[in-house]
Every structure is written in C-alpha cells, then in structure tokens.
Design a protein around this ligand. Structure first.
Ligand code: FAD
Ligand code: SIN
Length: 544
C-alpha cells in the first residue's frame, strides 16, 4: 500500500496499517513538511470533568453552520478520546496541571475548556515527533522522503498505481491496488496564508484528475490572527498567533486601543473564526490596522504557555510584552476536499483519503478549532481498519509506462512564478474572505484562461530535457493549484448564499435551499461557468 503524506494523518495511518507493508511518501525532507508540524493550538477532546462527547459534538455542529454530519461529529467526539489517549500512551508529552490532570485550554466556539496542549503552544511538533519515532521503529513502514506523488493511475475504473518522482532516483511507478491520500491542504492558493509551502492541493488535484467526487470545496477557513511582518515575505506563509492566546485573554484592538470585536459579535474575541476574520478584514479594508494584545494572556498564563507565539513575534521584530502586534486574516484550513465515506473511502475504488485533503462531512461549513488533528488521527485509524478488511482483490492490468508522459518542464520554467503569483492574487481578491457573484464569475473565467495559457507541457518526452526535481515539483504544484483554484471558484460561484466560512456580500444570508453539501468532479469545469446567481429563492437568514 502507498500512503502519500507524512503529516499526522499519513503517519498515523501507516502505523495503524502495521504489520501490512506500507510505502510512506512525502515530497519534502523529514521531519519537515506539512501543517501538522506547525500546529500550535492543540487537540480538542471531551476530557474535562464537566464535558461530554455530546457537548463536543454540539459545538462541532454549531460551528459547521448546518452542514456538519451529526453522526460524524458524534463519532469524532467519541472515537477522538481513544485516539488521543493512544497517542498520549505512545509518548505525546501533553501539558498537565501540578496534580497530574490534563491542562485543558479554551478556544473560540468551544463551550468548554477541552484543548489538550503539548509544550505550551507546540502540539504539532510534539505530535509529529511522537508519530515519527514510532514509525521509525515499525519495520513494515518504508519512509520515502523527497518523493513527489505526481499522478494516480486508474485502470478498469480502479486504482492501479501511483506515478511519483524521487529527488535522486527519478521516476518511480508504484504498482498498487490501494493508495491513501494524506497530502494536507491548499492554503498556498491565497497570497496570505498560514500554510507551509507544500500545501498546494496535490492530493485534491490528483484525485480530481482521475474523476473522484469532491465535496464542500467552497469552504476555506481563514484564521483571523496571522502576524503581519514588518517586511514583505514574498508570498511565504505568515506566522500564526494561536487562538489559544485569545482563549487565555488576549484582545483584538484597533490603533487607539478600542476593542474590535465588542460590537461585532456577542461572543466578542471568542466569536467563531469566520466572524472574527470578516470583522478584521472589513476594518483593514477601511484602512484601519488591527492588533492583538497578548499581554493579558501572558499575564494570566505566563510566557512559558506560549513559547512559540513569543518567538514568532520576536523573530518578526516585535516585542509582544511591550506592545500589541499587528494581525490580519490568512487562509488556514480547507473544510472541503476529496469526498469520503465514514471509513475514508473515496468514489474511486482503491483510493482512500484522510486528514485535511479529505471531506468527511464532519467540519461542515466551518471547522471548530483544534478538531482537525483529532479528525486526522481518528480517520487515519478508520482508513487502516477498512483497508485491513479482506477486499475483492483485482490484479491491476499490465501497465505500459508510455501511457504517462513525463512533462518537459523546462519549457514552462519561466512561466511558473508569474502564473503562480497571478493565481494567488486572483484567489485573494475574488475567492477570499468576502466574495461576490460577479468577482467569482470573473475569477472562474480568468483562471480558466490562465490554465490554458500556462502552456502545460505534455507531448512526447524530450530526451534532452534536463528537468530537475525542484523544477518538476514547481510545475506539478502549479498545475495542481490551478486545477484546485478553478474548482473552488466554481463551487463558490454555485453556492449562492453565505454560510460558515463562505461569505457572499451579494447574498449575505443563509438560504434554506442551500442547506446541503455540494459535490463536484473535474468534469464540471468543462461547460462555461454559469451566470452569477444573486436572486435568493428559499427562505433566508442574515449572517453577521
Ligand atoms: P499535513 O500535516 O499538511 O501533511 C501533508 C503531507 O503531505 C506533508 O508531509 C507533505 O509533504 C505531503 N505531500 C503533499 N503533497 C505531496 C505530494 N504531491 N507528494 C508527496 N507528498 C506530498 N489543527 C488543529 O487541530 N489544532 C491546531 O492547533 C492547529 N494549528 C494549526 C496551525 C497552523 C499554522 C496550521 C497551518 C494549521 C493548524 N491546524 C491545527 C490544522 C492542522 O494542522 C492540519 O489540518 C493538519 O495538520 C493536517 O494534517 P495532514 O496530515 O492531513 O496534512
Ligand atoms: C490556532 O491555534 O489558533 C489554530 C488551531 C486550529 O486551527 O485548529
């Protein structure tokens, strides 16, 4: 079996599959790569004395704004407790109170303190280190860093293999009846993002190219508090200031020190992420700066609770102990993805997905903070369980390498950086926090032209082509970003309402006829995008 991705989902899945042999690929070096490493907030689980899986599920459903699957939310809350206990037993060094109880924190839209931390605000680093140490000691898992998954191969309607390229050894074809996508998200599509450079939607695009069903693509969560650096980062990710800071008392204020959220939402600084992100976006669009004052949180919990936040601020030239720091919303988490059932099975036989690349239906229109690492662990286990069940084995037919033509990337090399920059600008302007039908229609059309103009270099392989791994990776990533961007713009255009993280200023309300998931396949891109719909039909309910 092949698992693509070495974040929390991929590692947990490969471990759960043991002793079945697994090749675990990642396009980066190890332990680098993926959003999992960067997670600061924590993992949500109903472990507090006054908490229960029912309450956790209810918060998940409320955040999901009518689109979270109730059974999925309940299963996540129940199974998540065992999944978390299992990683703690495997060595995850979680933070505890002096008496040994778990130290549970609070985050936005959680009705209870239920966020488990490790190393203060370093849950991601600790989780990945724990899982990697176990993986290295598990002989059935073969780690293959520096291996870029390029395309899935489908024969007779089911997975027959995966085409990949290794940094040193070149092209590899994995002949396998089972591939698990654990490739993470696609935040790089937007100019301001908290996501690492490798979050380019590769898994989503690979699945789309073989016709997989995709779901909830329009729902992208923007985190309200990315730190604004003093200098231009050239498109690199923005450091995240964890919501746990606001959970511990940090305040969003304007230049004059007035609270920003007080009049915008009854829950103030702990309002759901989408509402806070929109409020900040509107203030910034009106020319105001918004700041996060970390001092109340540092006073309440001590600097040792937020080592990462402090060093991120200091690395960017700020001293958060002396003054508030400037923040802005940034693309953070994709609720949509490759549609799966409750076992992580996609619509293509032999293809599974877990972690951020998957759309399990649990997060609905807006993910509850700290639910994604939990979901990655729970669904990784489910994928492994369903893969272990004896399946109808069909031998892949003989595969002829000539069917896949390695691209002559060098011909496109110069077009890559400007096309990528233009794509990110379009996504930020038109498919960002505040959307509008006309802007989405324009984006869908422009992206289509951009993709067509970006001379996708297929055709007979050129023997003189000296494509290096990095060139191939940038080409593949841009190809994937363009496809993912077009699909997201189309999904956002079609959903003519506002719900959760998807806000349309031309239809700023929920519509009863849109209280449902939206599925797409790449085939939906073929006809020209429909006219922007702005005339509401069903009953409506205004959003803040
Ligand atoms: P990732 O961890 O992103 O891993 C993806 C893997 O796929 C990487 O190894 C990458 O190299 C590999 N890959 C991608 N494409 C290819 C390819 N073509 N070929 C080979 N390999 C490939 N969630 C929480 O629950 N709590 C938090 O506190 C929290 N904080 C966050 C903070 C930040 C800054 C960010 C960005 C996200 C945070 N999230 C948090 C969200 C959470 O971290 C992610 O949703 C989760 O880690 C995703 O895990 P994953 O295993 O699916 O993907
Ligand atoms: C954060 O720490 O604010 C991010 C948590 C998350 O995305 O779940």
């Amino acid at each position: 079996m092949v698992v693509v991705g070495s974040g929390a989902a991929g590692l947990a899945c490969a471990l759960a599959l043991a002793p079945a042999p697994v090749a675990l690929l990642t396009k980066t070096a190890l332990p680098d790569g993926g959003s999992s490493l960067l997670a600061q907030g924590g993992i949500a689980a109903a472990l507090g004395p006054d908490d229960s899986p029912e309450r956790h599920a209810a918060d998940t459903l409320a955040a999901g704004d009518g689109l979270s699957d109730p059974q999925g939310a309940m299963d996540l809350a129940v199974d998540g407790i065992d999944a978390l206990k299992a990683v703690i037993a495997a060595g995850l060094p979680v933070d505890r109170e002096a008496d040994g109880r778990l130290a549970l924190g609070r985050e936005a839209a959680h009705s209870q303190a239920r966020i488990v931390h490790a190393g203060g605000d370093a849950i991601g680093r600790n989780l990945v280190a724990t899982l990697l140490a176990r993986t290295a000691a598990t002989p059935s898992v073969t780690l293959s860093p520096g291996t870029l998954a390029v395309d899935l191969v489908v024969e007779g309607g089911r997975i027959a293999g995966l085409l990949a390229c290794h940094r040193r050894w070149g092209w590899i074809f994995y002949r396998t009846p089972a591939v698990v996508l654990a490739t993470g998200g696609l935040g790089v599509l937007w100019r301001e993002t908290t996501n690492p450079a490798e979050a380019t939607g590769d898994g989503l695009a690979m699945a789309a190219r073989v016709g997989a069903r995709l779901s909830d693509l329009e729902f992208m969560q923007f985190h309200p508090t990315a730190l604004l650096p003093k200098d231009d980062t050239g498109g690199a990710r923005l450091p995240l200031l964890t919501e746990a800071l606001r959970g511990a008392g940090a305040r969003l204020i304007d230049r004059e020190g007035r609270p920003v959220m007080q009049d915008s939402h009854p829950l103030g600084d702990l309002a759901p992420r989408d509402a806070v992100a929109r409020a900040i976006r509107r203030r910034r669009a009106a020319g105001d700066e918004v700041y996060l004052d970390l001092r109340p949180a540092l006073a309440a919990r001590g600097p040792s609770a937020f080592p990462q936040a402090l060093s991120l601020c200091r690395d960017a030239g700020y001293d958060p102990v002396r003054a508030p720091v400037p923040v802005a919303p940034a693309a953070h988490y994709h609720m949509g993805g490759v549609a799966t059932d409750a076992c992580g099975r996609t619509s293509i036989p032999g293809l599974w997905a877990c972690g951020e690349v998957a759309a399990t239906g649990v997060h609905g229109a807006n993910r509850l903070a700290s639910n994604s690492l939990l979901e990655a662990l729970v669904f990784a286990g489910r994928v492994a369980e369903s893969l272990r069940r004896p399946a109808r084995q069909t031998r892949p037919q003989a595969w002829a390498p000539a069917r896949i033509v390695p691209p002559a990337v060098t011909r496109a090399r110069e077009a890559i950086p400007p096309t990528r920059k233009r794509l990110r600008t379009i996504m930020s302007h038109h498919v960002g926090i505040l959307r509008q039908g006309s802007g989405l229609a324009a984006a869908a059309e422009t992206l289509q032209r951009l993709e067509a103009r970006f001379d996708l270099p297929t055709g007979p392989p050129n023997r003189r082509d000296r494509t290096g791994f990095e060139d191939l990776r940038s080409w593949c990533e841009l190809r994937n970003l363009l496809l993912a961007g077009r699909l997201i713009a189309l999904a956002a255009l079609r959903r003519a309402e506002s719900r959760g993280a998807h806000f349309r200023s031309d239809v700023p309300r929920r519509r009863s006829d849109w209280a449902r998931h939206q599925s797409l396949t790449a085939a939906d891109l073929r006809p020209p995008p429909p006219e922007a719909q702005s005339a509401p039909a069903g009953t409506t309910e205004a959003l803040t």
